[in-house]
Ligand binder design. Structure first.
Ligand SMILES: [Mg+2]
Length: 240
């Protein structure tokens, strides 16, 4: 062994000894530091959302809100001259659960819809017109029609999806609604309240009294022009 190699090995042994000493001489307790500003964990929330849906609690909660709306229609409809019911479409009247799961809670509009594994673009999904009904809302719809309550759909879906959407709602049983209001193609709203509230105002101006408005987002319901609002559960996505 020449002198240079010997010195290099000696230096290596010294470094290892220092590292060992650093590891073994620690006397402070294990750290458990965290920050209060960290928001709720997205991955855990997704697991909780799937459990909420798959356990049946989601549908039980949904049915409870819808039943309350039905009770109100039976009570109130006979008391007003032109009673009306307003329904949102997505995850109020029709379910999007297959696309929500396929996209692992992501929401993107473009691209093909590849089911069941995803990804699935929402526009392509909507154009399929294969959404299943949310039965409790369909029951409210039937109650409304039997009471002579006029039903209007107000949806953030664009006009370019009208044919598929009208075909879809009729195919699953929503027959006999008065009109479906959709957003103009290419329009973007900072909040959908800017479209839905004035649309309800238009309905009221035609002489109807909107006695109930059902939606899965608070933005479906804010802005007035409804005697009562019914917020259905939807922890799966957010529409401002
Ligand atoms: Mg909706």
């Amino acid at each position: 062994m020449n002198k240079v190699t010997f010195v290099a090995r000696l230096a290596g042994l010294a470094s290892a000894a220092l590292l060992l000493a650093a590891c073994t001489s620690t006397t402070s307790p294990p750290s458990s530091e965290s920050v209060k500003s960290e928001p709720a964990n997205v991955g855990l929330n997704k697991l909780a959302a799937v459990k909420y849906h798959d356990s049946g609690t989601y549908m039980a909660d949904f049915a409870r809100v819808a039943a309350s709306a039905g009770d109100w229609l039976r009570q109130r409809a006979p008391q007003v001259s032109r009673p009306a019911l307003v329904l949102d479409i997505d995850d109020t009247s029709l379910t999007n659960w297959p696309v929500i799961v396929a996209n692992d809670f992501g929401r993107f509009s473009t691209g093909p819809c590849l089911l069941p594994d995803g990804p699935c673009g929402w526009t392509a999904w909507d154009q399929l017109g294969r959404d299943a009904p949310l039965e409790p809302t369909l029951e409210v719809f039937r109650t409304a029609r039997s009471l002579g309550v006029t039903v209007f759909f107000i949806s953030g879906r664009p006009e370019s999806q009208r044919a598929a959407t009208e075909r879809n709602v009729k195919a699953v049983g929503y027959e006999g609604y008065e009109h479906m209001y959709l957003t103009p193609d290419g329009m973007h709203y900072p909040t959908i309240v800017s479209f839905k509230a004035p649309t309800r105002q238009t309905i009221a101006a035609m002489g109807y009294t909107i006695i109930a408005n059902m939606g899965d987002q608070f933005s479906d319901l804010e802005g007035g022009f409804s005697e009562r609002t019914y917020k259905l559960p939807n922890p799966f996505y957010y529409i401002p």
